[in-house]
Design a protein around this ligand. Structure first.
Ligand code: BES
Ligand code: ZN
Ligand code: ZN
Length: 463
């Protein structure tokens, strides 16, 4: 959908007023509509009338901008199949932006595989903004939402299309379009670098792994040392030889590259909007399958940094490929390393789909900023403890580490495993809950959500 700005409300068909006082609208509404809206004003945050020309909506402005995003979703739902254009007006910039954000996020559809996609497509084509808003703000928002769409697309694509080489190719294409550097390490290079974790997970696959390095380095970057974003790119997770049961655990595992989608989309948004921050993205990617040559429980793997890992469950594959990427990150001497990963079922069981889980050893100020970015964007994150006691659980009898912790707190033992490989301030974000939704949730929709993109964009912009 296109976002534009207008200076005039002449001849507008569907019009949404964002206002804090109904009396502000006295001159802009017909006498009859004004009387109608005024009566319900006290009790209703959103109300509407449908006339011959189209709808008029009145939405109460609020400090709670997520309420506005959600109102935008409800209004979008009413209009999407019937009208091409809609205009929203107001004098509260934050509310106007939130409305546009919620509206655009609600308009996402993944129709690629429908024969009658055109019939299913929303009619809505254009959202026009009027009032306290600038072209710069609109362009930034549009760019950000475009990248969220891209992240959702990647997650929604099945592995029959989105295998590891395809994921890398997508990132290369975006790098060309948005003007940043992307290098794809192919299997031969990954072998010569001895990325044992990524290669082990890839052993059961017919398709080679990829390791994609993204670099966005604007001349006016505010940070001297780069910030590194690492994304789990398991394009499909069967569990490997520790096979998952099919129903409700394997069905959704095309989404196991959600972290990769989040991180590459975040960098794309930063580059499109020319945010002055130097970031490097590292995206290890492969599918995880059983097979004649698949890595097996009991194997000892030598990782990129020389650490040996006893594999006790091949379904704990995310940490195997992330460990190599995190160790690779050390050579950049980063200011901060963040990873995003659909890493554990434990994270989903603990907090469900409403929030990501953060943990790590970076200083508190980073976590506070990250939390605040989550509150602002409602792409939320909640911090878990990260005490060293949990390291005990990943000690192995025959190697430096094992890839499996105890029965409880699996999201934390996974995080502790990853921490072993990082020599710099580190934040791990487990996005397993919110990355993919089986039931629709307002403007986040159903399927891939792009969780973490708006969060990390906001975090890096505020930094
Ligand atoms: N990709 C899964 C985690 C996952 C589960 C993501 C559900 C989204 C929804 C991950 O690779 C995995 O299988 N984790 C195991 C780890 C266990 C074997 C230690 C898990 O959480 O069960
Ligand atoms: Zn797994
Ligand atoms: Zn996985």
């Amino acid at each position: 959908m296109k976002l534009t700005i207008t200076k005039s409300l002449n001849k507008v068909k569907n019009l949404i007023f964002l206002t804090d006082k109904i009396t502000n609208l006295k001159d802009q509404l017909s006498q009859q509509n004004y009387t109608y809206f005024k009566k319900l004003w006290k009790d209703e945050d959103m109300q509407f009338v449908k006339g011959a020309e189209g709808y008029i909506f009145i939405v109460k402005t609020t400090k709670d901008v997520d309420k506005i995003r959600k109102e935008a979703f409800s209004i979008h739902d009413i209009l999407k199949k019937h009208y091409k254009e809609v205009t929203v007006t107001g004098d509260n910039t934050a509310n106007l932006l939130a409305f546009a954000e919620g509206f655009l996020l609600s308009d996402y559809q993944f129709l690629k595989y429908f024969k009658d996609a055109d019939k299913k497509r929303n009619i809505l084509k254009k959202l026009t903004l009027h009032g306290a808003i600038t072209q710069k703000e609109v362009t930034e928002l549009q760019n950000l939402i475009d990248t969220v769409y891209w992240a959702r697309d990647m997650v929604n694509e099945p592995v029959s299309f989105m295998d590891a080489p395809q994921l890398a190719a997508e990132i290369v294409a975006k790098g060309k379009a948005s003007n940043y550097k992307v290098e794809v390490l192919e299997k031969g290079k990954i072998e010569s670098l001895k990325m044992g974790g990524l290669l082990a997970v890839n052993k059961g696959s017919e398709v080679p792994p990829t390791f994609t390095i993204i670099e966005y380095k604007p001349k006016n970057a505010k940070n001297k040392k780069p910030i590194i974003l690492v994304g789990k790119g398991v394009v499909y997770d069967t569990g490997g030889l520790s096979l998952k049961p099919t129903a409700h655990s394997m069905d959704l595992m095309k989404s196991d590259m959600g972290g990769a989608a989040t991180m590459s989309a975040t960098i794309d948004a930063l580059a499109k909007n020319k945010v002055p921050v130097h970031v490097i993205g590292l995206i290890p990617a492969t599918d995880n399958r059983p097979g004649k040559t698949a890595y097996a429980p009991g194997d000892v793997i030598t990782m990129f940094d020389g650490t040996t890992v006893e594999v006790l469950n091949t379904d704990a594959e995310g940490r195997m490929i992330l460990a190599d990427a995190l160790a690779y990150a050390n050579k950049y001497e980063p200011e901060l390393v963040i990873d995003a990963a659909t890493l554990t079922g434990a994270a989903v069981r603990a907090l469900g789909t409403k929030t990501s889980i953060s943990m790590g050893n970076a200083k508190d100020a980073y976590f506070r900023k990250l939390y605040e970015a989550g509150q602002k964007t409602h792409d939320r994150v909640f911090r878990f403890p990260f005490w060293d006691e949990w390291k005990e659980e990943i000690k192995s009898d025959i190697a430096d580490l094992k890839n499996l912790g105890g029965a409880n707190a699996g999201m934390i033992t996974a995080g502790k495993f990853l921490e072993h490989f990082v020599n710099y301030p580190y934040i791990h974000i487990d996005i397993a809950g919110p990355a993919f939704l089986e039931a629709p949730d307002s403007y986040n929709g159903k399927g891939g959500t792009g969780a973490g993109v708006r969060l990390l964009y906001q975090f890096l912009k505020d930094l």
